[in-house]
Design a protein around this ligand. Structure first.
Ligand code: DGY
Length: 326
């Protein structure tokens, strides 16, 4: 049987790519930037499988252009780039890469939290700029983690793992979520609070809600107005969960102490965006899951999902498993 045609929209790590290249007739987009929309649609036209990234929009238009499509394997745990309902209507399984990036993403969220609290970015800039003349009793003072209150918005896998790290730093954990987490309450002594109380009480607030119409601008001007002036906000979820201009205004006015953003809206944030001019904004380019091991595991999982879908089996991480129920 001839190998099935697959389009992989970017070069992904070897462990997964190797599996895909050995088992399919795959075209891999080599550019650093995503394929232009017209190219994506054209490539999809011939394909039975797609490996997509969070920068590729997968919707009705794409499905219309891809009559032979059997599976879409997203190389990410988040899947707000995909219209899963549209895929389900057409009987196309869609998959993501949960689990393998939990600890790495939590490590990074905590890295950002610590770096913003203790002004690591500013310290680096200061030393590099030749401003370091002596030990300064008042130089670059920040916020303590020990004993502080860590707020978790969304205590799913990653939120829980961040809370565990906070516990290791002797922080008090509070959280808000649509569903209460008995596990977080039992194992970490986490306390469930309303969203307003989360905003009011958190010394550090880490966002782990998925992007949806309900969580769009979860942090807006009003939310920021409830936060402590000493608070640090960390976003490793999706950019539009935070209103960019509202956080800019709040940081500029020192309404909160600092924000560390792995994700932004828009993404990438244009290099001349005013947020970059603020000392108390730590912005990095969506790299929370970017460890060698984790990115390879994500690639392997995406490959396994893809190959299962091509063979008509239920992929291990299927987002519309109802397609396989008899
Ligand atoms: C995801 O997987 O959703 C991250 O944002 C990238 O690893």
């Amino acid at each position: 049987m001839p190998k099935r045609k697959v389009f992989v929209t970017r070069v992904i790590p070897d462990r997964g790519l190797h599996k895909i290249l050995s088992a399919t007739d795959a075209t891999v987009w080599q550019d650093e930037l995503p394929p232009p929309r017209a190219t994506f649609l054209k490539m999809a036209h011939e394909c039975a499988g797609l490996v997509t990234l969070l920068t590729d929009r997968v919707d009705d238009e794409l499905f219309d252009a891809a009559p032979g499509l059997k599976v879409v394997a997203n190389y990410a745990v988040g899947f707000d780039n995909i219209d899963v309902q549209a895929a389900t209507r057409r009987g196309i399984p869609v998959t993501n890469t949960p689990g393998v990036l939990t600890e790495t993403t939590a490590d990074f969220a905590f890295t950002l939290l610590t770096a913003a609290a203790r002004r690591v970015g500013e310290g680096r800039d200061y030393a590099r700029a030749g401003k370091w003349k002596t030990w300064g009793p008042m130089l670059l003072m920040g916020q303590d983690l020990f004993g502080a209150t860590l707020g978790i918005a969304g205590i799913g896998r990653i939120g829980f793992a961040v809370a565990q790290r906070g516990k290791g730093f002797s922080m008090q954990i509070i959280y808000n979520d649509a569903v209460r987490s008995e596990r977080a309450e039992k194992e970490l002594g986490a306390r469930y609070v309303s969203k307003d109380e989360l905003l009011r009480q958190s010394d550090f607030l880490s966002l782990h809600v998925p992007l949806s119409p309900d969580t769009y601008h979860y942090i807006d001007k009003q939310a920021l107005s409830l936060m402590k002036p000493t608070a640090v906000l960390v976003n490793t979820s999706r950019g539009p969960v935070v209103d960019t201009m509202a956080i800019y205004e709040a940081l500029k006015a020192r309404q909160i102490f600092a924000a560390a953003l792995d994700v932004t809206d828009p993404e990438p944030l244009p290099h001349d965006h005013p947020l970059y001019s603020l000392d108390n904004a730590l912005i990095v380019p969506h790299i929370a899951s970017a460890s060698f091991e984790t990115r390879n595991s994500m690639a392997e999982l995406a490959a396994d999902n893809l190959l299962a879908g091509l063979e008509g089996r239920q992929p291990p991480n299927c987002l519309n498993p109802e397609l396989f129920r008899k």
